[in-house]
Ligand binder design. Structure first.
Ligand code: F6R
Length: 223
């Protein structure tokens, strides 16, 4: 698969923001699947600057930690701070995975599916929180986070012991039903896993490798 290397984090952020902007302008009633984490922050900043009309847009976050949603590091807090509170999107249109997870799946299906899914990638090849070994057919479910993910994400918390150990994540099967997918990766520590996932063996041990089976995926990287 082609990996497009961009010159800077700013270019990565504006390139993916351009894709989101085009989607919202072409189809105001778009359903987006959205990531959190450090990689997409710049893209969200770009989108806010552009003052787009989000009033018809529906969002589904890829994953949430199982934790108090009011905690500053919850993904609900992240989305409010980085996007939702700074656009005209309706809070009722913003969905996060919840239990029963089948009801979250029903919400996606009831909205006629995801038009554009933006992904990051974890250092172990996870997408959303589908950790290595996740079935390619998996649906939204509770996932135990791996030690690697907990350590990677401890940078957002005071102590590694404060990092939630479980999350609710969209499944790989759910993600693969998106009409279009864009994966963004930032930092040379992601380059190896990105190459393995996009051009190595398609295996459940490398969850992002499932994207090789999708016919509309764009992959952007900057170091
Ligand atoms: C978070 C998510 C995760 C992250 C991945 C990379 O919603 O879906 O898969 O995209 O863990 O995180 P960062 O961007 O912090 O390196």
């Amino acid at each position: 698969m082609k990996i497009t290397t961009l010159k800077s984090y700013e270019e990565l952020s504006s390139t993916v923001a351009n894709i989101v902007e085009r989607q919202l302008k072409k189809q105001p009633l778009s359903k987006l699947a959205l990531p959190t984490g450090s990689t997409p922050r710049g893209m969200y900043r770009e989108l806010i600057k552009r003052e787009l009309d989000w009033s018809h847009t529906i969002t589904f976050n890829l994953d949430v930690y199982l934790m108090n949603v009011n905690h500053p590091e919850s993904y609900q807090s992240y989305m409010k701070k980085n996007l939702f509170d700074r656009t005209n999107i309706y809070p009722d249109h913003c969905h996060f995975p919840f239990r029963p997870t089948s009801a979250f799946e029903d919400k996606i299906a009831g909205s006629m599916g995801i038009d554009l899914c933006i992904l990051g990638i974890g250092s172990n090849g996870h997408i959303a929180f589908n950790e290595p070994g996740s079935s390619f057919l998996s649906r939204t479910r509770v996932m135990d986070l791996t030690e690697q993910t907990i350590v990677d994400n401890s940078r957002f918390f005071d102590d590694v012991g404060d990092v939630p150990t479980q999350a609710i994540t969209m499944g790989l099967g759910t993600i693969m039903e998106s009409k279009k997918i864009v994966l963004m990766a930032n930092g040379d520590h992601k380059l190896n896993i990105l190459n393995v996932a996009m051009n190595g063996e398609v295996t459940e041990e490398v969850p992002a490798s499932v994207l090789q089976n999708h016919d509309s995926v764009k992959v952007f990287y900057c170091d």
